[in-house]
Design a protein. Structure first.
Length: 443
């Protein structure tokens, strides 16, 4: 008799868990509170433009995602990106080739020769930390997570101010829309290993198709809110409410909760108080991203522009979408995504979409002059739960949280909060819990 499973949350983590459980022969129901699947991996199709309103890029290290896509017969949707990354400094864009980032950094005029030599000082910590940096459990990096020193403090002490201003902080801003002053030193080495190794890819048809097309193969219930999850003996009771307000309870053998971290304690009644406290207080960035449709394609050749605080403290960067994927804009037209800093978003959350667009364009104009006159349309995407934000000592807390979880429960947790936020971290988490449940209760 087939084991019955419920997976809560149809983002990358939940979709991955549901897909693997179905592969193992389970009768799986995937439940999503929203009207569509995808979570923070969604794409919007509008007027011939494809806008990735969640995750924007797929690093070449995204092995779990690639594996899931291959197994779902979606591997041919990947398109390698060859456009460089650029960093703005004093009115000039300096280009770094994504396929050979280390060599580009050594050759660029962005940094002084002294700064390039200082970079060698980070090589030994990187080698020591390498095997502790993974998508499965970034809490393993806890021994290197200094509680009394931020990433910015570490960079000033070990590297120098120039590298902080024009590499480390801009990188932290564009990847996690927050500053190096708030982050753990682990973020630097994690980003170097997971984001800038192995090139990058986009997905034909939009990043959202990864989840959309896998979910087509699954039994999905949309507009359904889970109210509680209770493990009772050898069963799990999941209480839910549909779009019409009707409540029901489904009893299954196993369950995966793949919601944002802060939602988990509200529904999982079997969590320990310590786990509840950790998940409830985990910090997420808030996002107000502006996706811009251009009536003409710009001449800019970079796919990603990183912005230092000297240019604009509130502007994290610009993704030149028409340079990342051949189908992101109609022929001759262009598209951009402008990312604003978490601190700015929190202060200005109440602004209208029109006001956010106007301010974002004014900021983007300084980095890419002339883009305002090319605007044909726009979309402002807001995410209350954006990316997880680290802080000094945060990975020690993550390690303690993971060590405190009961890996034998019939209810397991999946999400990108077991690492730093990314599609691959989420998919990896979903696969791990599915494997654990299969070993314990299916086979």
């Amino acid at each position: 008799m087939k084991k019955r499973a419920i997976v809560i949350g149809a983002g990358p983590a939940g979709t991955s868990a549901a897909f693997r459980l179905k592969q193992a022969g389970c009768d799986v129901r995937l439940i999503e509170r929203d009207a569509q699947v995808g979570g923070r991996t969604r794409s919007l199709h509008q007027n011939g433009f494809i806008m990735d309103i969640g995750a924007g890029l797929m690093p070449g290290t995204s092995k779990a995602v690639f594996s899931m896509m291959d197994d779902a017969d979606l591997g041919d949707m990947l398109e390698p990106m060859h456009a460089p990354t650029a960093i703005w400094r004093d009115g000039t864009l300096h280009y770094l080739e994504a396929t050979n980032m280390a060599s580009s950094i050594m050759k660029t005029k962005l940094f002084s020769l002294a700064s390039k030599f200082r970079m060698l000082a980070a090589a030994w910590p990187m080698m020591r930390m390498w095997n502790y940096l993974n998508f499965e459990n970034l809490g393993r990096s806890a021994p290197f997570d200094t509680e009394n020193e931020s990433l910015a403090g570490y960079t000033r002490r070990v590297l120098n101010q120039e590298l902080l201003d024009y590499l480390i902080n801009p990188m932290q801003k564009i990847l996690y829309v927050t500053s190096a002053e708030r982050a753990s030193i682990v973020d630097l080495f994690w980003s170097a290993k997971s984001k800038f190794a192995g090139g990058a890819f986009c997905v034909r048809g939009g990043m959202g198709r990864i989840v959309d097309l896998v979910c087509v193969q699954l039994n999905v219930s949309l507009n359904t809110e889970v109210l509680s999850v209770d493990e009772t003996g050898d069963k799990v009771e999941v209480k839910m409410r549909d779009a019409n307000g009707a409540e029901s309870t489904d009893t299954v053998d196993i369950c995966v909760i793949a919601t944002p971290a802060n939602v988990v304690p509200k529904i999982d009644r079997g969590l320990s108080p310590a786990s509840q406290n950790y998940l409830s207080t985990l910090h997420y960035s808030m996002l107000s991203d502006v996706h811009v449709q251009l009536k003409e394609r710009t001449s800019e050749r970079a796919v990603l522009i990183m912005v230092p605080d000297s240019a604009d403290k509130d502007l994290c960067g610009i993704l030149v979408d028409h340079n990342k994927g051949s189908d992101r804009a109609p022929a001759g037209k262009g598209s951009l995504s402008i990312y604003l800093h978490d601190e700015w978003v929190r202060k200005n959350w109440a602004l209208s979409d029109e006001e956010v667009f106007r301010i974002a364009m004014a900021k983007g104009e300084r980095v890419m002059p002339g883009i305002t006159k090319l605007v044909e349309g726009y979309h402002v995407q807001r995410w209350e739960f954006g990316a997880t934000i680290s802080h000094p000592g945060g990975y020690k807390k993550m390690a303690k949280f993971i060590d405190g979880l009961d890996m034998k429960r019939r209810v397991q947790l999946a999400g990108d909060y077991f690492s730093l936020s990314s599609v691959n971290a989420a998919v990896t988490s979903g696969e791990l819990v599915a494997k654990r449940l299969i070993q314990n209760y299916v086979h």
